[in-house]
Ligand binder design. Structure first.
Ligand code: GAL
Length: 664
């Protein structure tokens, strides 16, 4: 019997790096399609994503189908050797649906309807919406499953909606009944003895709608869990339809980068291909690090295997306050950075810049300036370079990182509640600060869920797991017990999975692990305020901790209320950092801890601003600065991008990249 084949990105890439993007030809006359294809071929585009927002075009009236235009496009793409990532159009229902079935429209926490006229105006819990979504998905799958251009299914687009409406209320209640079984269990988990919130009937239990004052945090936490699950049900329903018709074609849905709404660990487990939309701000001095973080998260969700940049911008976006273009070379640099960190697809929103609609000032690969514009010319160069790398890079893995950064959406959700001590302490920003320290120390990290097997890592970093399950705590204890090195930031393991503060203010076993006898008080800091510790300044937070007798080392706070108390504690291989050290101090601390754990930087002697990543036996060097630098690379190499021989050093200019292969 042949092994059952699970589809993967390899089925779509077929040994190449995918290059292309969202293609919205329904916005253009058909003559333009032929010009599009000419330019796509010129730029080496080998993949387009069709149909993301095509529902009104495909189903102009309920039950009516207009597939002719899509048939012509699928054939056109195939005839030109361009594969298609075919989307289900279900993120933007046609206006007739809202008019005929207003219950398909979501409502916000104030009960206000989100009307059509934009996008994503669907209630995840609406039975009518789900029925129409399944029907159009079924018909697309029947029609195109066997089409030779089809490479991948793309379900919906950036699932991200919340709904406080009536059907969502019923669904939330059903979700809670399945979770808790009895009202007593729900009352206990939500702590409803507080403020007279005890429920005596399931019909009293609501989504957390507008209220006079702070809402019950456990209720809000469950609502976030429910929303992620309700959207996942929508995804799974469509995924199962397309998978039934084309079991050999991989399925994905594109995540927004570092997005709170979906528990990406759970979602990624249901995808054949993990894909991400990533839009670092070209003006952000640490935009490259943000990109690296997103790539590391996505690769980790793909279990270290190849993943896909489904969307990025060739130039400016149009949804920030001020939207800056990418300076020459930056698009190439950040695209190759994604490849270095494991991407097998470099795709854009969108192929041709719109001339109408809300995104007419959002860049495209072909901008308003057309084929002679810098954006297209740069895209064309990139396409040629990706083609050079394809057979050496596609389907290979990033050299296994020795560091894992732990992240859990439940902890993020719970830490972002009303009624906390500091609204300055933002989980993703704290994670970013710790990741930045690792990135600046020239180490590559994975992300992991706190209940994952961590035994492959030499160092585990916990930036901000405010909430931890018992299983997660057991996992960390076992990891350290078996010889791993652990470093945790402030407020680790404060709450259990119901957001109940653990006895003593922090889990007892974790206190013992880190050598904390008593956690007396938390001392959050104001924005911009710092606290002095021996050898560094802390930001954001500090803690009044009494160390246990068996602690091995303490770096104390200096001056102020916490004078002499531990800022950093070490007991054996477990470190606890009760503040957020300023960036260079966190980098030094983490680099020292990593070195102590046997982790080495990817390459010795790297200049600041040069990133090094090893993938598939190749060394990627990415220069994020503008001045020329010399990078030591002992031995003889060949740069796959230029063909040049490299002996012992390589020179990189502004935004320069080298992809080095050891010379035979
Ligand atoms: C993404 C979305 C695209 C486009 C893009 C603009 O969130 O999936 O359709 O809107 O942003 O940056």
């Amino acid at each position: 019997m042949p092994e059952p084949h699970s589809p993967s990105l390899g089925d779509a890439t077929r040994g190449r790096i995918l290059f292309g993007g969202d293609y919205n030809p329904e916005q253009w006359p058909e003559e333009t399609w032929h010009d599009d294809v000419r330019l796509m071929r010129d730029a080496g585009v080998n993949s387009v994503t069709l149909g993301v927002f095509s529902w009104a075009r495909l189903e102009p009236q309920p039950g009516v189908r207009e597939f002719g235009w899509l048939d012509r496009l699928m054939d056109l793409m195939h005839g030109n050797g361009i594969g298609v990532v075919l989307a289900t159009p279900t993120s933007s229902p046609p206006p007739w649906m809202g008019r005929l079935h207003p219950e398909t429209l979501p409502r916000d926490e104030d009960g206000r309807t989100e009307w059509w006229g934009s996008r994503q105006h669907f209630s995840h819990s609406s039975a009518v919406y789900r029925r129409y979504a399944a029907a159009i998905t079924e018909d697309l799958a029947v029609r195109y499953s066997g089409h030779p251009a089809l490479r991948m299914w793309h379900i919906n687009n950036e699932y991200c909606t919340y709904d406080w409406g009536d059907e969502a209320e019923d669904a939330f209640r059903g979700w809670l009944q399945a979770k808790y079984g009895t009202l007593d269990a729900l009352n206990e988990a939500w702590g409803t003895a507080f403020w007279s919130q005890g429920y005596g009937d399931w019909y009293e239990v609501l989504p957390p709608r507008r209220a006079h004052y702070m809402k019950n945090p456990a209720q809000v936490l469950d609502f976030k869990r429910f929303t992620s699950d309700a959207l996942l049900e929508c995804y799974l329903a469509e995924r199962d339809i397309v998978a039934r018709h084309s079991p050999h074609i991989p399925v994905t849905t594109n995540f927004m980068a570092v997005w709170q709404g979906l528990d990406a660990w759970q979602w990624a487990a249901q995808e054949d291909v993990v894909s991400i939309d990533v839009y670092p701000d070209p003006r952000d001095p640490f935009g490259a690090q943000y990109g690296a973080l997103v790539h590391d998260m996505t690769r980790s969700q793909a279990h270290g295997g190849p993943w896909m940049v489904m969307e990025q911008a060739a130039g400016p976006v149009n949804w920030r306050g001020v939207n800056h273009p990418k300076p020459a070379g930056l698009n190439r640099l950040w695209s190759l950075q994604a490849v270095a960190r494991g991407a097998d697809a470099v795709c854009y929103f969108q192929w041709r810049q719109s001339r109408q609609g809300s995104e007419k000032f959002h860049s495209g690969m072909v901008g308003h300036a057309g084929e002679h514009g810098r954006t297209f010319q740069e895209a064309k160069r990139l396409g040629a370079e990706l083609a050079l790398l394809g057979d050496k890079v596609a389907d290979t893995r990033v050299e296994a990182p020795e560091i894992a950064v732990l992240l859990d959406w439940n902890a993020w959700w719970a830490s972002a509640q009303d009624g906390r001590l500091s609204s300055e302490a933002d989980c993703p920003e704290i994670v970013r600060a710790w990741h930045r320290a690792l990135w600046e120390a020239h180490t590559v990290a994975d992300f992991a869920h706190p209940e994952h097997d961590l035994s492959a890592y030499k160092l585990v970093v916990v930036p901000h797991l405010y909430l931890m399950t018992d299983a997660a705590i057991d996992n960390l204890l076992a990891y350290v017990h078996q010889g791993g090195t652990l470093v945790a930031g402030f407020q680790t393991g404060i709450a259990d999975e119901d957001d109940r503060v653990r006895e003593g203010g922090m889990d007892r076993r974790l206190r013992e692990l880190f050598g904390i006898r008593t956690l007396h008080e938390w001392w959050p800091l104001d924005a911009g305020e710092t606290v002095d510790a021996e050898g560094f300044h802390g930001t954001l937070w500090s803690e009044e901790i009494e160390a246990a007798d068996d602690v091995d080392a303490v770096t104390p706070y200096k001056g102020g209320e916490l004078d002499g108390l531990p800022a950093v504690l070490r007991k054996g291989r477990a470190w606890y950092v009760s503040t957020l050290p300023e960036p260079h101090a966190l980098r030094t601390l983490l680099a020292d801890i990593a070195a102590g754990a046997g982790v080495r930087p990817t390459l010795a002697g790297l200049p600041a601003g040069v990133e090094a990543v090893r993938r598939g036996g190749l060394l990627f060097l990415l220069h994020h600065g503008r001045d020329r630098v010399t990078v030591p690379v002992p031995g003889r190499h060949r740069d796959l991008l230029t063909g040049a021989e490299v002996i012992d050093t390589v020179e990189l200019g502004r935004y320069g990249v080298a992809v080095l292969e050891v010379a035979a």
